[in-house]
Design a protein around this ligand. Structure first.
Ligand code: FAD
Length: 469
């Protein structure tokens, strides 16, 4: 038997804690690491512009890391179903290994591929590497998936098992010389405008950079629960793109917080693991309810009286550009455009402004985030938008419309975050910001207010009353 295994890299761009790679290295004399750019398989949710930028650099980094250990990354573009079969034929590989992803369209594809390989007598095996628990592991007593976070989190704590991770291979078995690879550039992932330069100023992409971010965060995790809601402080980990692209596994993150891989008992670290649990919850929700990326979880929201697209087009464009006239919203939207990332508290505020004060469907916001976030993640993004719009799992009650002025006063008390991203408002505290009239706005070159806070809030409540059960 040919002792060659293919390791199919997808969104697990790391050498450490990579069970598919580890398994192949343990058992095979030759290992061929492969990435297949299969956009069609992701259906309507192929990676957006910021994700493609990240992916470009992630592939370069992975190839480099593999080469440092005597291997290389083979890249192909097209349908994984066909290309894997072809590669197996080309190389005579006896096995194909990969780590599981849980987006519904990918689950369906991967199932087919596994069957197809097994039918051809090729050993096909997948592993858990992207989550602490499989989405089908934590179920309610009636075997149904959780739809509310708190009991899900309780269950996760109850069923916690110490996590561990597999080591990074020192040396990799050689890759066969034959099969030709496309280059990362051939994939055409970078946009042709200068946005990438902006992103590059804020992020270093790759496994080592992710480990450094993790190391830096671990030192201040003790304060996480106190600082995590403050966009003006550097209080969160910013590991979301690393977790999404798999430069780090959640197991590695937990181990860094709690050496034995137990549930940490420090307040900050436990609060952090609770956020990882939100990630697991979102993943499980989308796995069990594939329609959620496009449809509200609560069916009554299908009848919600959103404004019509031609009526809201201008308002949507102002929101996207950070020109709503609401300082915290504009700061967030400009941070997103400049860095490909936005603080969680501000994500909630800008999402609430769009869906409630402007009555623009959450799907529009989710699409914009999808294109501009470097951490765009179908499960987390869907959950975040549905939660804020009030139509999802565990949703904030619809009548709880975020007041962006109160949120700013509470979570950005000195308006530092606002001033960083809206420099035309420099020197203005919250009192001065709240008092700005049309003249003052014109004077400092800041946009007029897009919607009156009170009236738009009332309009949202009236709209909600129309669909109340
Ligand atoms: P930390 O506070 O350091 O949290 C650690 C990790 O836990 C994060 O990296 C992330 O993986 C996970 N996490 C934290 N909060 C959440 C949450 N509420 N739901 C699910 N997982 C969470 N997160 C994404 O990763 N991708 C998205 O596309 C995304 N879209 C969002 C859209 C909206 C409207 C909202 C309200 C939230 C969204 N989130 C998304 C969740 C959250 O805002 C980000 O995960 C977080 O801001 C990332 O920053 P961090 O890594 O510093 O977070």
């Amino acid at each position: 038997m040919n002792d060659l295994a293919i390791v199919w890299f997808r969104r697990d761009f790391r050498l450490a804690d990579n069970p598919a790679l580890d398994h192949a290295c343990e058992r095979h004399a030759q290992v061929l690491p492969v990435y297949i750019h299969d956009v069609e398989a992701e259906g309507d949710w192929a990676p957006g512009a910021a994700s493609r930028w990240w992916l470009h650099h992630a592939l370069i980094d992975l190839d480099l890391r593999l080469r440092e250990r005597g291997s290389r990354l083979l890249i192909r573009a097209g349908a994984a179903r066909e290309l894997l079969t072809r590669l197996v034929a080309e190389t005579g590989a006896a096995a194909v290994y990969w780590n599981r992803l849980y987006e519904p369209s990918l689950v369906a594809r991967d199932r087919q591929i596994k069957q197809q390989l097994r039918d051809a007598d090729v050993h096909a095996q997948s592993f858990r590497a992207a989550a602490l628990f499989e989405p089908w592991e934590l179920l309610k007593d009636d075997q149904q998936p959780y739809r509310v976070f708190t009991p899900f989190w309780k269950r996760m704590q109850r069923d916690w098992r110490a996590v561990s991770h597999c080591p990074e291979p020192r040396q990799l078995p050689p890759a066969p010389k034959g099969p030709a690879s496309a280059s990362v550039q051939d994939l055409g992932l970078l946009p042709d405008h200068d946005w990438p330069d902006t992103l590059a100023g804020h992020w270093t992409v790759g496994e080592r950079a992710a480990k450094q971010r993790l190391g830096g965060f671990v030192e201040c995790v003790a304060d996480y629960d106190e600082r995590r809601n403050r966009p003006d402080l550097n209080g969160t980990s910013r590991l979301s793109p690393d977790l999404h692209f798999g430069h780090l596994s959640p197991m590695q993150v937990v181990e860094a917080l709690s050496p034995a891989g137990e549930l940490p008992d420090g307040k900050g670290a436990l609060a952090y693991v609770r956020e990882l649990a939100w990630r697991e919850f979102s993943m499980a929700m989308l796995f069990h309810e594939p329609r959620l990326s496009d449809e509200p979880l609560q069916p009554r929201f299908q009848a919600f009286p959103w404004r019509a697209a031609d009526e809201y087009a201008d308002d949507l464009a102002r929101w996207q550009r950070g020109r709503t006239g609401v300082p915290l919203v504009d700061a967030g939207m400009r941070e997103l455009w400049a860095t490909g990332w936005m603080h969680n508290r501000v994500r909630m505020v800008v999402a609430s402004w769009l869906t409630k004060n402007l009555l623009i469907p959450w799907q529009e916001g989710a699409r914009w985030f999808w294109d501009t976030l470097v951490d765009a993640d179908l499960a987390n993004n869907t959950q975040g938008w549905q939660w804020t719009a009030g139509c999802g799992a565990d949703a904030a009650p619809y009548f709880r419309v975020f007041n962006p002025e109160l949120q700013a006063g509470k979570f950005d008390p000195e308006a530092r975050y606002i001033q960083r991203w809206c420099p035309e408002l420099a020197g203005l505290d919250h009192k001065a910001l709240a008092k700005m009239d049309a003249h003052a706005r014109r004077h400092c070159g800041y946009p007029s207010l897009q919607a009156d806070l009170k009236r738009s809030r009332q309009r949202a409540l009236d709209a909600f009353a129309e669909i109340r059960a």
